[in-house]
Design a protein around this ligand. Structure first.
Ligand code: SF4
Length: 378
């Protein structure tokens, strides 16, 4: 809301021609935005994002446009896409919506039920992105592991991975947002054997206390989570596992928190993020009893992050002396210091590698780098 208000101010000053709001916030608070911010010219829901060009044209003609397509609609995938992530990597959205009903989450009501994009369209889009210089594809959806169930009657992520791996120019394929109990043996095998698929998996587990997982309506428990993580590491020993957790979920006791702390310590995730629970209006959890005070949620979040920092630092230290493949993201200084990522690091959320090189490296170049040290950066 603050960003929209800042933009509205620019519009009042004549420094913007039109202001268009789209995404989950627009879907959820359409009326409030229209009522409270008259500078907004166009407002677009989550299922009609492919109509944005038309909405912009009309807004520039001075019309007020409001577009809210039914949530079961799948936006058309344009064959040609403008890459806004620097050119060397791009997100590939493989499905929209979600049929799970985690009690803290508003996404299913804002984005509708699970709909996969047809495989042919995704492969064509990947080809197009590769022609524009994209080398890394990051597969995203609210939930990637169920890809294809609605269209093809079976989980088809492994097949999609194989077809994307056949696209010339693509060198890394990274999978994000896997729901743990939907990970199949076929998927693990495909990650293990398809060369271009990064040995990296993002599995947001949210918690590790069975009592809290149940209150969250997650369909898994700690024993199954451990078994899945064990299986992944046994088949793909160098796999980098990322997860996200929620601290201070309603009803979380000191004992639940302890269970989670122990789990984090024991499982040694390679990458981990923690969010203090935030009550989302109109979700079941928002009206659960025993809401945890804000300060305590944040304290528990910080405790979890402290445990993880030690784990992550130990893991990084163990890399010192080894040679890793790095994709260059850019230059950080006048001297030849570059910044890049390994297969273990997704952009924005994971770690970085600083590369000292005599050569002039370009964004998107791959190079082999000897690790000489590790440090934490806040
Ligand atoms: S947390 Fe993820 S899996 Fe659960 S309802 Fe939300 S989008 Fe779906």
């Amino acid at each position: 809301m603050n960003t929209i208000l800042e933009m509205a101010e620019l519009k009042k000053q004549g420094r913007l021609k039109a202001l268009i709001v789209t995404g989950c916030l627009a879907q959820r608070y359409k009326q409030e935005i229209l009522d409270e911010i008259p500078e907004v010219d166009g407002i677009l829901g989550t299922a009609g994002i492919d109509e944005i060009a038309e909405v912009i044209d009309r807004a520039l003609e001075g019309q007020h446009v409001s577009r809210f397509e039914p949530l079961d609609r799948l936006p058309r995938v344009e064959a040609k896409r403008f890459v806004t992530t620097g050119g060397h990597y791009a997100f590939l959205k493989i499905a929209e919506g979600c049929d799970k009903r985690c009690t803290y989450c508003i996404i299913p009501s804002l984005r509708g039920s699970y709909r996969s994009f047809p495989m042919e369209e995704l492969v064509a889009e990947a080809g197009n992105l590769a022609e524009q210089g994209v080398k890394e594809l990051i597969l995203v959806a609210q939930e990637t592991t169920l890809y294809g169930v609605d269209l093809y009657g079976r989980k088809s992520l492994p097949e999609l991975l194989r077809r994307l791996a056949a696209v010339d120019g693509i060198q890394w394929i990274r999978i994000q947002y896997c729901y743990p109990e939907e990970i199949t043996d076929e998927l693990i095998e495909t990650i293990a054997t398809e060369e271009k698929v990064c040995h990296y998996l993002d599995i947001p587990i949210q918690h590790a206390s069975d009592r809290i997982l149940k209150r969250m309506a997650r369909k898994t428990n700690q024993e199954e989570l451990k078994a899945m993580i064990g299986k992944l590491r046994a088949r793909i020993p160098d796999i980098a596992l990322r997860t996200t957790l929620i601290s201070g979920f309603p009803g979380e006791t000191e004992e639940d928190h302890e269970i989670l702390c122990q789990f984090v310590d024991e499982m040694e995730f390679d990458r981990l993020g923690v969010f203090a629970y935030s009550a989302e209006e109109d979700t079941p959890a928002a009206s659960f009893e025993y809401q945890v005070p804000q300060q305590l949620k944040e304290k528990r979040r910080d405790e979890l992050m402290e445990i993880q920092q030690e784990v992550a630092f130990d893991k990084a230290e163990r890399k010192v002396g080894s040679v890793v493949e790095v994709m260059i993201e850019g230059k950080v200084a006048d001297e030849n210091v570059f910044v890049g990522r390994t297969y273990m690091d997704a952009p924005d959320v994971d770690g970085l590698i600083f590369v000292y090189a005599d050569a002039e490296l370009m964004t998107g170049d791959f190079c082999r780098v000897r690790v000489t040290g590790a440090r934490t950066m806040i």
